[in-house]
Design a protein around this ligand. Structure first.
Ligand code: 0PR
Length: 377
């Protein structure tokens, strides 16, 4: 039986948790309610620590199996990598490996070229790794301008970056062209598919953003976004083992002799929950989820167009932004009414991510409230 003290702590925790906004009112998040099978898997792996894989041999084996599954999805069955804390860590490790491989001796003065539309995690990368971040402009469809990337490359460039599913618009950069450019210029190409990695392969006409392009060196792909895994579960995959080796440090007193991960202690829960979702749903199950999200995205677009709002670009995936000069006021007023949406930098627009929890009921409820807000503003 639960002691009096335990019961009191649990009550206290529940009171804090009740202050959180439920996902049914959140249209701004790239995370979602974990799939029920993910929750079950998470519970089984609660005490696992992949930081000491000699102890958690089974968990380590499962991680290998998940990496092979993701590799297969990204069209390279023998890709290597690991499950990390999220897209930020995956991007850090992608760029760190590129820098280490290209700069074996002198690590100073390296630079990378990223699209202007890249996620803010690249700001942290510049700061942590000390690489110069050069930003390339975009074309009228909000894809990176290849000509500008080419002009920015010089002898100190270690990597160029393409985004498959930009945070603000869900757009996909021309990865095929970036791949050709990377090969020609002898630089690495890191693809940030933190969001799109578990969307694009399940779309009706999937864009080839992955290892099929010979120039692609590493890919970020996060199960804790569209993979419906429990948080934290990010993924970094590399074309070959040299990239991992370039990250290795010695761990003399552990069950393993070296470590290539950024964090030491790391959970096996993300591995188990991500694996469980992909295995239980399979390719067709994931396809159905993505199809529903795309259908709901179109439903949201139709409703918003009826209210006079125009999307910045026709949605490519389940992320869509609508132009409005009053983006900040709208976001603030909706938040006051306990609805969460986000805004984007350029152009002024309000942004929605139509995750699996954004069902047609959620959209109907949201639009009813949104109508009132735009009338008042
Ligand atoms: N790369 C891309 C393309 C991303 O969109 C994100 C996160 C990352 C990398 C970084 O991933 P982690 O946050 O896992 O390190 N994009 C979301 C965003 O900025 C993250 C997010 C998720 C924000 C849920 C809010 C939220 O409620 O929108």
């Amino acid at each position: 039986m639960e002691s009096q003290e335990d019961a009191e702590v649990i009550e206290e925790l529940k009171a804090y948790r009740a202050k959180d906004i439920p996902y049914s009112r959140v249209l701004s998040s790239m995370c979602t309610t974990p799939h029920p099978i993910a929750v079950k898997a998470h519970q089984i792996f609660l005490e696992t620590n992949l930081g000491d894989p000699g102890i958690f041999k089974g968990t380590r084996e499962l991680e290998g199996k998940l990496i092979r599954m993701l590799g297969e999805l990204l069209n390279k069955q023998d890709a290597v990598g690991y499950i990390c804390s999220g897209g930020t860590e995956a991007n850090i490790q992608g760029i760190r490996a590129a820098r280490n491989l290209k700069r074996k001796d002198v690590k100073r003065d390296a630079n990378i070229i990223i699209p202007k539309t890249a996620h803010f995690s690249f700001e942290k990368i510049g700061d942590i790794l000390g690489v110069e971040i050069r930003r390339a402009g975009i074309d009228e469809d909000y894809r990176v301008d290849i000509g500008e990337v080419e002009r920015l490359i010089d002898s100190n460039t270690v990597a160029i970056v393409g985004i498959a599913g930009t945070t603000e618009l869900g757009q996909i950069d021309p990865i095929e062209d970036l791949s050709d450019l990377a090969i020609e210029s002898q630089v690495e190409l890191h693809v940030d598919a933190a969001f799109g990695g578990l969307v694009i392969p399940f779309m009706d006409e999937p864009y080839p953003f992955d290892f099929r392009n010979d120039g692609v060196s590493s890919i970020t792909i996060d199960p804790h976004k569209m993979g419906m895994a429990t948080i934290p579960a990010g993924g970094i995959l590399y074309r070959s083992v040299e990239y991992l080796q370039s990250l290795e440090i010695e761990t003399p007193y552990l069950t393993s002799k070296t470590q290539f991960t950024l964090t030491g202690t790391r959970p096996g829960t993300g591995v188990a929950s991500a694996y469980a979702v992909l295995k239980a749903l399979g390719f067709n199950g994931m396809k159905k989820i993505v199809k529903k999200c795309m259908r709901n995205t179109r439903m949201l677009v139709e409703e918003m167009e009826q209210l006079g709002f125009e999307p910045v670009i026709e949605p490519v995936m389940n992320v869509v932004s609508f132009k409005t000069e009053k983006s900040e006021e709208i976001k603030r007023e909706l938040y006051r009414r306990k609805w969460v949406i986000s805004t984007i930098r350029e152009p002024k627009a309000i942004r929605f991510v139509v995750m699996p929890h954004v069902t047609d009921d959620v959209i109907v409820n949201f639009i009813a409230e949104f109508r009132k807000v735009v009338k008042d503003i």
